[in-house]
Write a protein that binds this ligand. Structure first.
Ligand code: AMP
Length: 289
């Protein structure tokens, strides 16, 4: 496994290692990409393992992307653990880590061309409280697609709105690759794995379990036939204080349209929570099928 930090080198390396379409007898060289911000855990690892199984070459990008953080967010304190990440990747059979710095990726972050997903898709859920966040995400992912030119890119359902926006960007801008959605990996007690869980004290970690517990209950009620938004929202309020909840929303899985509080929820929906637990912002969701 090799760690590469420049765009020129990753491009040249992949050109040599993954020759594509150069003759009928040489169609191999499929590339899988897992975009990450590092501080890798079993959630990331599940995406990596899937890519290693499905592709000839797997590239993990590790880049704490400044353009997706707001001014008062945790960009500076976000965990950076390249050495431990490299060990995890090496063991999992990753071929290349692409770990550029911000000036390699952007030059000047304040004067760069951005990919801006439609307002309709970003003016809700996480995009509402994090203005500009999904412009940053779409931009960095679009750049990674152009740099790595993967055949498949792997994204976790943990970040459901991100996955929706990336799938839409790929369709709208005609990127030539497949997006592979991957299930949420949880601790045995239900907590969704996240690099931000490292901010939790043992006490606040216990509090954080309320999020997955609330979603489990919503799922249980939904499959038992309780499908009105208001009852499901009241259920969430039995677990989390109103002040802790940034949002509880239910959306259609295909278009991410938000259900109103008088609506009856149909199958193929997603229930999502963002909550601030002892100052740590966490997100989680569950499919309502
Ligand atoms: P991040 O490093 O937080 O930007 O995440 C990189 C990728 O890993 C994204 O596609 C996330 O959705 C995915 N991911 C993060 N946590 C989990 C998890 N608990 N289960 C599955 N995928 C995850």
């Amino acid at each position: 496994m090799k760690i590469i930090s420049t765009i020129k080198e990753i491009r040249e390396t992949l050109k040599a290692a993954a020759p594509k379409n150069i003759g009928p007898s040489c169609q191999t060289g499929s590339v899988g990409l897992i975009p990450t911000m590092g501080a890798l855990h079993r959630g990331h690892l599940s995406l990596i393992e899937k890519s290693v199984n499905e592709n000839d070459i797997t590239v993990v990008s590790i880049f704490v992307n400044p353009t997706q953080f707001g001014a008062n967010e945790d960009f500076d304190k976000y965990p950076r653990t390249l050495e431990a990440d490299a060990e995890i990747c090496e063991k999992a059979g990753v071929d290349y880590i692409f770990a550029p710095n911000a000036s390699e990726m952007y030059g000047d972050t304040r004067n760069t061309t951005l990919i801006c997903p439609p307002y309709n898709d970003v003016d809700k859920l996480c995009g509402k409280s994090r203005p500009g966040h999904f412009d940053g995400v779409a931009t960095v992912v679009g750049k990674l697609f152009n740099i790595v030119k993967p055949d498949r890119a792997y994204f976790g359902k943990k970040d459901a709105q991100q996955l929706f926006i990336i799938k839409k960007m790929v369709r709208d801008l005609n990127f030539d690759l497949n997006i592979v959605p991957c299930p949420i990996v949880r601790e045995t007690d239900g907590l969704a794995l996240s690099s931000r869980n490292t901010y939790l004290t043992p006490e606040s970690r216990k509090n954080a379990l309320k999020i997955s517990a609330a979603l489990r209950k919503v799922h249980e009620l939904f499959i038992s036939g309780i499908n009105d938004y208001n009852t499901l929202y009241d259920t969430v309020l039995a677990y989390l204080d109103a002040e802790e909840i940034e949002y509880f929303e239910i959306v259609g899985a295909e278009y991410f349209e938000i259900y109103e509080n008088t609506d009856i929820i149909k199958p193929n929906s997603i229930a999502l929570i963002a909550a601030k637990i002892d100052g740590v912002r966490l997100i989680d969701n569950v499919d309502l099928e």
